[in-house]
Design a protein around this ligand. Structure first.
Ligand SMILES: CC[C@H](O)CC(=O)C(=O)O
Ligand code: MN
Length: 337
């Protein structure tokens, strides 16, 4: 059986769950442990990628390049990756991150927008780093559309393209169809990134692996946007049970998850009403905290906001719709009274 390459994104996707509040000390301690455990790739950046620290996405407490530098300085083996969303980040930040020492960039777009990534794949390859494509909100499109989009990324120089279940809305059959379509269409690697809104992050990651996914994401304790991600330590344990030895030290992972990451969480990530309704409606997970704030401010039910955003098929970058929807629902409620 092929051994999948695991990327731990606690220090990127997890950033959404801690309101982008990572300190250099946290970065140093988590990266050192992941490195010691021999996790091959560790992603570090604002949750929305390079230059994501904005009023719309949420400000980071510490300058992102200081955090990335700390990460690079804390590794002996692992590759440090960052996320890059075209339009949020620009070539300037990509160059700067490469100067600091990242070894991979993960270029994320809504899953029908691959054509905007060309210049960034070309730049990443010209700068000599690994370039990975991230097809966000992959549940919204069928396998053939995703395969076409992935082929575009391949033609721009991508080394791997991910099916990204941003809303945690996919079930194993949907994951299988999508991953196998990419495996068939591409000659490069295929990856899978899960969210746990339907409680399927491990099951979906295993399904992706069984369809041939070469790269799989996780986060310690599942710390990530919304319902969180595939817990890295649980994934490693599950793969071990399947006789797939990733070479990662499970006991170190369990310790860092328990002793360093769990205390960062204001509350454990559970599949509560908001997370389940978000996954069920197919709403982007990083909208969760914004939806909760808007619901509280305008006195409406977060699930209703999720349902409406799902109907409108809101995508990353359309966070301002959350307020629009909350105001409209509040007005309707007032009319009824
Ligand atoms: C804004 C980037 C986003 O959080 C990427 C990601 O992890 C996802 O879509 O799930
Ligand atoms: Mn994610």
């Amino acid at each position: 059986m092929k051994i999948p390459r695991l990327t731990d994104t606690t220090l990127r996707d997890g950033s959404h769950a801690v309101s982008h509040n990572y300190s250099p000390e946290v970065i140093r301690s988590v990266v050192s442990k992941l490195d010691e455990a021999r996790v091959p790739v560790i992603e570090v950046s604002h949750g929305a990628g390079l230059a994501g620290s904005t009023i719309q996405q949420g400000f980071s407490t510490h300058p992102e390049f200081d955090l990335i530098k700390t990460a690079v300085e804390s590794t002996n083996h692992a590759k440090i990756a960052s996320l890059f969303v075209p339009g949020i980040g620009t070539s300037e930040e990509l160059r700067k991150a490469v100067d600091i020492g990242i070894g991979a960039i993960r270029i994320a777009v809504h899953c029908t927008e691959a054509d905007v990534t060309e210049q960034y794949f070309e730049l990443a390859k010209a700068l000599g780093i690994e370039a990975v494509g991230f097809l966000m909100m992959s549940h919204t499109q069928g396998a053939n559309v995703l395969a076409e989009q992935a082929k575009m990324m391949e033609s721009y120089g991508a080394d791997c393209v991910y099916i990204v279940d941003s809303a945690g809305a996919l079930v194993p059959t949907g994951v299988r169809e999508r991953v196998s379509a990419l495996k068939e269409a591409l000659s490069i690697e295929v990856g899978f990134h899960a969210h746990n809104n339907l409680g399927l992050s491990i099951g979906n990651s295993v399904a992706a692996y069984e369809e041939g996914a070469d790269q799989i994401d996780g986060t310690l304790r599942g710390l990530g946007a919304g319902a969180g991600n595939t817990p890295t330590e649980v994934l490693v344990a599950t793969l071990k049970k399947m006789d797939i030895d990733t070479g990662i030290n499970l006991s170190i992972l369990m310790d860092v998850a328990e002793e360093i990451v769990a205390p960062l969480m204001s509350a454990p990530i559970i599949i509560d009403r908001d997370n389940l309704s978000s996954g069920y409606a197919g709403v982007y997970n990083s909208f969760l905290l914004h939806v909760r704030h808007a619901a509280e401010k305008f006195g409406v039910n977060p699930s209703e906001i999720m349902e409406e955003l799902g109907k409108r098929q809101a995508i990353a970058g359309q966070e301002d719709w959350i307020l629009d929807v909350a105001v409209e629902l509040a007005e309707k409620k007032d009319l009824k009274v």
